[in-house]
Design a protein around this ligand. Structure first.
Ligand code: ATP
Length: 296
């Protein structure tokens, strides 16, 4: 299947700061694609480039199989920063302003208000809206004229848990209707809960990308000790299914393929004449893995 967007070797510097360094990945059609990274990793810069708001220094991208940019733009709804809605105007009238500015359908306003759950409050003034409602209205504006793709930069920033949950539901609902969603976030939790695919950025470099259930798997670690640590290390390195062996001051921390348990390790060592003086399983959270990956 053709990717929704193919990004190839995009680089961008601001003076001495390399905001993006040769970043390449494809966004599959029908995915909720998370661009994940800590503050300053280049997420906003990347979205601004693919939305043609900012020029890259090098590299290229092509939307929807390389159709002309104008045609592509009509199929992309985008929310890079909160639009300047008028406080004294209703949601319905504010959408008229958005529609006029973007040359999008006035007649589509009731449909998008329904999608973002604001039909009942459509005539209320914008200033009476909660932060979550304001954000949903902004997403509504991006949905005018039924785009095929929705691009969102940190859509839950500043929202309370309720507001975050509403946006999450909305994203999942829109995706079910066939819209591909590209979402930048520094929140691992957000990406894990809504995204099917992820690209992780760190200081402008792409660390990894792929389906969430392949990239963001939490790995358990088994910690072991024995009297002869050198013999122990050499021995476990020979064991099938052991992926990684890390030495700490006093222990060995090993990461294994799925299915290898502490009992297997114990048995393997015993069979080779090593009695373990310590054996424990340390559940590694995704949070820890993300922190390690991004060196936070
Ligand atoms: P955040 O979550 O904080 O918005 P981000 O991942 O979106 O971060 P960017 O905003 O793209 O990251 O910034 C990437 C790097 O480029 C950072 O070091 C940032 O300070 C720098 N940067 C971004 N915009 C500019 C600019 N206009 N001038 C100079 N440096 C900039």
């Amino acid at each position: 299947m053709q990717p929704i967007i193919s990004i190839q070797n995009i680089s961008k510097s601001y003076g001495p700061i390399k905001a993006l360094n040769n970043v390449s990945f494809d966004v599959p059609e029908g995915s909720v694609f998370g661009v994940l990274g800590p503050n300053g990793s280049g997420k906003t810069t990347l979205l601004a480039i693919i939305m043609d708001v900012l020029q890259s220094d090098g590299g290229s991208y092509s939307w929807l199989g390389g159709i002309p940019p104008d045609a592509a733009r009509r199929q992309i709804g985008c929310l890079l920063e909160t639009p300047n809605f008028y406080h004294y105007m209703s949601a319905y009238d504010n959408l008229a302003v958005s529609a006029a500015l973007k040359r999008k359908g006035m007649d589509d306003r009731l449909r998008v208000l329904e999608i973002v759950g604001l039909t009942e409050r459509k005539d209320s003034k914008f200033q009476s809206y909660s932060l979550g409602m304001k954000q949903r209205l902004a997403i509504g504006a991006a949905l005018l004229d039924s785009p095929k793709v929705l691009v969102l930069d940190e859509p839950t920033n500043g929202l309370d848990p309720n507001g975050i949950a509403e946006i999450r539901e909305l994203i999942l609902d829109l995706n079910k209707q066939g819209i591909t969603i590209i979402i930048a976030s520094h929140l691992l939790d957000e990406i894990e809960k809504v995204c099917t695919h992820v690209a992780i950025l760190k200081r402008g470099n792409l660390l990894l990308n792929g389906p969430v259930n392949e990239v963001l798997i939490s790995e358990d670690q088994i910690e072991i000790m024995a009297t002869d640590m050198i013999l122990l290390e050499n021995t476990v390195r020979e064991m099938q299914g052991v992926k990684k062996v890390n030495k700490t001051e006093q222990t060995l921390q090993i990461t294994c393929n799925e299915g290898i348990t502490t009992a297997h390790i114990n048995e393997f060592c015993l069979n080779r004449g090593i009695v373990l003086s310590h054996l424990s399983l340390r559940k590694k959270s995704l949070e820890t893995k993300f922190m390690e990956l991004t060196n936070q």
